[in-house]
Design a protein around this ligand. Structure first.
Ligand code: HEC
Ligand code: HEC
Ligand code: HEC
Ligand code: HEC
Length: 374
């Protein structure tokens, strides 16, 4: 088929063509992949969120897949748009016997909210969870503790959205409703009770630590950080920057933070990071954890507001409900009331429900003033 001189020449000059062929193939493949990456973008892209002033390296790089971590409870969220009153409708306070908080709602919107509260808090038990298995005419009675608690919960939710808008609407309109904490459960997850001291059989100050509890984030750090900072409002602070300073932890005139204060602060900070699913540089510049204004991220300020908000929720709303709950709802060691903290809302996510707006449909819960419908 081929000319004779060609076959003769080939036989006389044997050449290894596989080496060059593999080389050319590999180079060609690499060029092909490079073109794909340039045109389609690389599949494991990272996204950086700038958290501080430009040029200070304060940014949080994250894989995009991690940012989009789905929250399965979002799909189960129940909502219903408001029924805009036309004027002249009778109000709940005129129709029903014992409406102390939601009196300004029209009948339709009152029932719309009752239905939603049922979906958010007691989807399995239904209206009976708060009203008992009685006729609708009997719903005005306050016989069940669940109804008394729920009334206070409505007021608490209104206060969160009204007074702490700087936190719960920090990035965009998000807000809070019953579902933010309850997620379809009677008792929200990630509530907490006092448990310290957790160890009493050691010399020195060991009583609140050296036992990994969920409240110490499974470390040997103290288990009383939430109660000291988010209930009692102790100062969140660590060591002094100077090497030799007058005073000391026991010095009444010149009190200084102790090693215990330092460890407890780190316990709280671990809790913050785990509650939001972020790490420390989300709020701090790791060059100077002690720095406040100017060297921290905007998220630090949002978190500061969050600390004060949680203190108010616990002290004004949740702790005073202690005698309303049945004994089985109280804490295992001190029979104290169930309390809330960052993770009760955040559940391990940077923004609860990934920033889903849960007040858009619920002006009734967005403020303690009579609802304003668009
Ligand atoms: C999570 C607790 C809870 C659930 C579940 C619940 N309610 Fe209520 N309900 C309340 C509270 C609290 C009040 C009182 C509100 C107030 O004081 O402003 C109330 C009041 C009422 C009233 C007014 C009764 C009166 O005469 O004063 C009616 C009617 C009512 N609810 C209907 C329902 C219906 C229907 C359902 C089920 C779709 C339901 N509720 C589910 C907590 C609940
Ligand atoms: C900030 C978080 C948070 C929000 C928001 C919230 N709750 Fe609660 N709720 C709690 C905590 C904490 C408890 C105490 C848990 C317990 O009862 O053991 C609780 C308990 C309850 C209980 C008693 C349940 C039981 O079985 O003991 C009811 C009823 C209830 N909430 C209704 C509501 C309603 C209705 C709303 C919305 C108007 C609401 N909650 C909003 C945190 C929240
Ligand atoms: C969600 C935001 C947030 C995260 C995440 C966070 N912090 Fe903090 N941190 C704060 C705020 C706000 C304060 C100030 C609290 C105050 O003074 O009331 C603070 C205070 C501190 C302090 C005390 C500084 C002083 O004045 O002595 C230290 C130390 C600290 N954080 C370390 C950490 C470490 C380590 C991590 C990671 C494990 C971390 N933080 C994660 C918000 C955060
Ligand atoms: C009552 C529910 C609730 C509690 C309790 C709560 N948060 Fe939040 N937090 C929210 C909501 C809702 C947002 C979303 C605001 C937005 O996206 O506009 C938010 C946003 C934040 C942000 C800003 C996130 C961002 O992307 O910029 C930080 C930081 C934060 N919370 C920290 C905390 C810390 C720390 C605590 C505990 C001391 C706490 N939160 C307790 C509801 C809560």
């Amino acid at each position: 088929m081929l000319p004779k001189w060609f076959n003769d020449w080939n036989r006389d000059n044997p050449t290894n063509i596989f080496g060059p062929a593999i080389l050319v193939g590999a180079l060609g493949g690499a060029v092909f992949v490079a073109i794909l990456l340039v045109t389609w973008g690389q599949p494991f892209a990272t996204a950086s969120m700038q958290t501080g002033p430009r040029g200070t390296g304060m940014s949080v790089p994250e894989f995009k897949v991690a940012l989009a971590r789905p929250d399965p409870t979002i799909d189960a969220y129940y909502t219903d748009s408001p029924i805009v009153p036309q004027g002249g409708e009778p109000l709940a306070k005129d129709i029903y016997q014992n409406v102390q908080v939601l009196g300004e709602l029209t009948e339709d919107n009152f029932n719309r909210l009752m239905l939603a509260m049922t979906q958010w808090v007691s989807p399995e038990q239904g209206c009976a969870y708060c009203h008992g298995d009685v006729a609708l005419e009997e719903y005005g009675k306050d016989d069940l503790y669940t109804k008394v608690v729920a009334r206070r919960m409505i007021q608490m939710t209104q206060t969160i959205n009204d007074d702490w808008s700087g936190h719960v609407n920090a990035v965009g309109e998000v807000g809070v409703n019953c579902y933010t904490c309850h997620r379809g459960e009677n008792v929200p997850s990630e509530i907490w009770f006092k448990i310290a001291p957790v160890t009493e059989t050691m010399a020195g100050w060991s009583a609140n630590q050296n036992r990994a509890t969920s409240i110490s984030q499974s470390t040997s750090l103290p288990s009383d950080a939430l109660e000291k900072y988010l209930l009692e409002a102790n100062q969140i602070v660590v060591h002094d920057l100077e090497s030799r300073v007058a005073g000391g932890p026991a010095d009444k005139d010149n009190p200084l933070p102790s090693i215990q204060d330092t460890e407890r602060t780190y316990a709280l900070m671990n809790y913050f990071a785990n509650s939001l699913g972020v790490n420390c540089v989300f709020c701090h510049n790791s060059r100077a954890f002690y720095a406040a204004a100017g060297e921290v991220t905007p998220q630090w300020s949002t978190a500061s507001l969050g600390i004060q908000m949680v203190q108010e929720l616990n002290n004004v709303y949740l702790v005073p409900l202690r005698d309303t709950y049945p004994p089985e709802r109280l804490g295992p060691v001190y029979a104290d009331a169930p309390k809330t903290a960052c993770k009760t809302c955040h559940k391990g996510y940077q923004r609860p429900l990934q920033g889903l707006n849960v007040i858009a449909d619920w002006p009734e819960l967005a403020s303690s003033d009579p609802p304003v419908y668009e």
